[in-house]
Design a protein around this ligand. Structure first.
Ligand SMILES: [Zn+2]
Length: 105
């Protein structure tokens, strides 16, 4: 059974309903108690939100240049995709500044 489908009961005995909430602009799922308004965050979403937050804070991510067929490929880490809402097919720009490469959306 998926954790997100669990019907939770609050410590106060109140029924909890599924909610969507935001943490630093990142959407996370959780539950909220009808009676005492206690909120519980989905642990998988909390983990994901932390990764996104870490990627944002670090401001720098290391990726490896790979060769796929005849192309040179760098992967965009999933936390960045989610934090910046990047979509397949979206155009990104390489910037070269002072000998450094930046990828901008
Ligand atoms: Zn409660």
């Amino acid at each position: 059974m998926e954790f997100e489908n669990l019907k939770l009961k609050c410590e106060c005995g109140g029924a909890m309903e599924k909610i969507k909430t935001e943490w630093k602009g990142i959407e996370i799922r959780g539950w909220k108690c009808h009676r005492c308004h206690e909120e519980i965050i989905n642990p998988a979403d909390a983990q994901k939100a932390l990764e996104i937050e870490r990627a944002r804070k670090k401001n720098l991510l290391t990726v490896k240049l790979r060769k796929v067929g005849k192309s040179n490929v760098v992967t965009v880490p999933q936390p960045i995709i989610e934090a910046e809402h990047l979509k397949e097919g979206q155009m990104l720009e390489w910037k070269i500044e002072a000998g450094k490469l930046f990828l901008a959306s």
